[in-house]
Design a protein around this ligand. Structure first.
Ligand SMILES: Cc1cc2nc3c(=O)[nH]c(=O)nc-3n(C[C@H](O)[C@H](O)[C@H](O)COP(=O)(O)OP(=O)(O)OC[C@H]3O[C@@H](n4cnc5c(N)ncnc54)[C@H](O)[C@@H]3O)c2cc1C
Length: 533
């Protein structure tokens, strides 16, 4: 190969691109990684400018970031990468609180430890909540009317493995999953959907929710098990990953935005805009790994002559906006869980008490007695049209409704608005982009990329990135990296799954056929009444 052809170019220095780069570098195939952002590599785990707070005559400086904090139990490949390359000491979560509000009535329950440490085997582990007195303050007797609807939803979720079977059912949304549920239970699980999928309800499909429930909680007790990063991910993940890639001879080039890919003479020509100089150059590569967010992938592939035709027929998930709001108080809430979620009438979604999780905030708490909460907003677009101050005020009002002991103690608030790059999770089908793309020597990875693994978010980034790196290693006759297979479901859930699947295959077509016939009859009736004079 001629000297000016790179063996591998990775496009995008988010978690996926850096993971692929790290695994290639570990096999002496150091890549060139091109990153569009001029200052902050890392994508959705990127850092940002520090923020300062003047308090009692002292200036406090805090690092900022996009808002990622936790690894879940099933993140086995990500944990293996941490052990091998990053040596991060994670902080186990001591519980997750669910806080619901209807009007002025707020109820709180710590649900996480109940679900993961119960004797009830899944899928019945949530029954443990019935033994928590606070749970009875969360529900009313009316909620028992949810039982039939709950059973139907539950059997539906047990009967289908959407990612493995590539069943997307995209017309069906989260609201369809909760048909027949009472508002109370619906609100709690809707909130769970927002937090697990980092999206508002209107962008969550029923099958994405099922996939999330199956991966994070439904099949095993130990998957609902969070561990927190002890520091800002820019410091503990991105910087060490880049350092190791560069020490092995690779390079991460920021401010390099890829425009198009062209296939010529058996290699890829990559047209790159240098955003610092405003100039363009063309690089050549034997292999390319595309590790960008869905809107960026769509733009690159539909703009490139070689890929545009097939890319136009592909289905790319949309990119969603979100925001992370931080609030500082000069007092701390009473003991409680380090994080959790808000549901019901709350606008804010999940939350993290940073002074219980991350070193710099722990130091602030220890010296001042103050506290800091980060709340996330996965709201419809219209909410993000409001100005920063209004959103901070709303978040403060809601946090102090949930933690009344903090009323009158607010001292500072900030908001980080994240652009529309968060993937709407859609079940990958044959119309999606997969690790193995339709084009020679072009591979893809990311949290929205098709691959036969039930994993989501950061674990999916790592799994698809290692899989993409392995394709390049195989082509170069180098040893591939082992991928840890998903954990097996617990025994009772396997039996329930078997029965539910049987029902789906036998009664399912009859129910679907009847529903379709009824819908057709209704539509024909409507058309007839319109055409009658
Ligand atoms: C608020 C929030 C909180 C989250 N919390 C968690 C959590 O606690 N746990 C969890 O598992 N997941 C979490 N996630 C999801 C997680 O952040 C993502 O799954 C993950 O970071 C995605 O990484 P990625 O590398 O696939 O994509 P990205 O991070 O989007 O990286 C893509 C990169 O490609 C670059 N790029 C784009 N276009 C080009 C181009 N043309 N040329 C060159 N480069 C380009 C971008 O600048 C970016 O750096 C959270 C997400 C959000 C929004």
């Amino acid at each position: 190969m001629s000297d000016d052809i790179f063996p591998v170019v990775v496009i995008g220095a988010g978690l996926s691109g850096l993971t692929a780069g790290l695994h290639l570098a570990a096999r002496d195939l150091p890549p060139l990684v091109l990153e569009a952002d001029i200052v902050w590599p890392g994508g959705r785990i990127a850092g940002g400018e520090d923020e300062t707070l003047e308090y009692n005559g002292q200036t406090w400086t805090f690092s900022t970031q996009h808002g990622i904090h936790a690894l879940w139990g099933g993140y086995d490949n990500m944990r293996a990468m941490f052990d091998r390359f990053l040596k991060i000491q994670l902080r186990p979560s001591t519980g997750e609180e669910w806080i619901n509000r209807w009007g002025t009535h707020v109820s709180r329950i710590e649900a996480g430890t109940a679900v993961r440490s119960t004797w009830f085997p899944p899928p019945f582990h949530y029954l443990q909540l019935l033994f928590r007195p606070r749970f009875w303050k969360t529900i009313t007797w009316l909620d028992f009317f949810s039982v039939p609807g709950f059973l139907v939803s539950f059997l539906w979720a047990a009967s289908v493995d959407p990612i493995r079977e590539q069943i997307a059912l995209e017309g069906l949304m989260l609201a369809d999953f909760f048909k027949g549920w009472t508002p109370n239970l619906k609100a709690i699980f809707k909130g769970l959907g927002h937090s697990l999928l980092a999206s508002p309800s209107e962008h969550i499909t029923a099958t994405a929710f099922i996939a999330a429930m199956r991966f994070y909680t439904m099949m095993r007790r130990d998957t609902w098990h969070l561990d927190y990063l002890p520091a800002n991910p820019h410091e503990c993940m991105i910087k060490p990953m880049i350092k190791q890639i560069e020490e092995s001879g690779g390079k991460v080039m920021v401010g390099s935005r890829v425009e198009t890919l062209t296939r010529a003479d058996g290699h890829w020509q990559i047209r790159v805009e240098d955003l610092r100089l405003g100039s363009y150059r063309t690089l050549r590569a034997e292999h390319v790994i595309l590790a960008v967010d869905p809107p960026a992938a769509k733009e690159i592939l539909t703009r490139s002559p070689e890929t545009c035709q097939k890319a136009q027929e592909m289905r790319f998930p949309r990119g969603l906006e979100n925001a992370a709001i931080r609030l500082w108080f000069d007092a701390a809430p009473q003991n409680g869980a380090p994080g959790g979620m808000f549901t019901g009438d709350f606008l804010i979604d999940n939350f993290f008490w940073l002074h219980r999780i991350q070193d710099e905030f722990i130091a602030w708490h220890q010296q001042t007695g103050g506290s800091t909460i980060e709340v996330h907003l996965y709201a419809p677009e219209s909410v993000f049209e409001q100005d920063d101050r209004l959103l901070i005020i709303q978040a403060t009002k809601e946090v102090t409704q949930a933690f009344p002991e903090l009323r009158g103690h607010f001292i500072h608030g900030s908001i980080r608005r994240n652009g529309p790059t968060q993937s709407q999770f859609l079940i990958p089908t044959e119309k999606s982009l997969h690790v193995i793309t339709p084009w020679d020597n072009l591979w893809a990875c990311g949290d929205w990329i098709g691959y036969p693994s039930p994993s989501l978010w950061m674990e999916r980034c790592v799994v698809t990135a290692v899989a993409a790196a392995n394709e390049v290693l195989k082509a170069n006759q180098l040893e591939i990296h082992e991928l840890i297979p998903p954990r097996e479901s617990e025994w009772l859930v396997r039996i329930v799954e078997f029965i539910a699947r049987g029902l789906r295959k036998t009664i399912g077509p009859v129910i679907l056929g009847t529903a379709r016939a009824l819908r057709r009859k209704k539509r024909d009736g409507r058309q007839k009444s319109h055409s009658d004079p």
